[in-house]
Design a protein around this ligand. Structure first.
Ligand code: SF4
Length: 79
């Protein structure tokens, strides 16, 4: 049975993780342990590094389980 894809949002970036695709290489937790820590319940915390650092690490995921989308921080200034 397929597991649900997980979504982790922070200012400027949203990281998604698909547990069905992850090959458990551990590259994310070794590369950026402040953000990726499987001991935490919310194991991806993108707010603990810069958007660039998170995006670079997500790109290194060998399986494609991790993906990210950037948010336009200039949008929505009214209100
Ligand atoms: S880098 Fe990608 S494949 Fe490796 S453990 Fe992290 S999410 Fe899974």
């Amino acid at each position: 049975m397929a597991k649900r894809r997980q979504t982790y949002e922070a200012d400027g970036i949203t990281v998604t993780f698909d547990p069905d695709v992850c090959t458990h290489s551990g590259r994310c937790v070794r590369g950026l342990p402040s953000v990726f820590d499987v001991r935490r319940k919310r194991w991806v915390q993108p707010e603990h590094a810069t958007v660039t650092e998170v995006a670079d690490q997500v790109r290194r995921c060998p399986s494609g389980a991790l993906q990210f989308t950037l948010e336009d921080s200039a949008a929505g200034s009214e209100g």
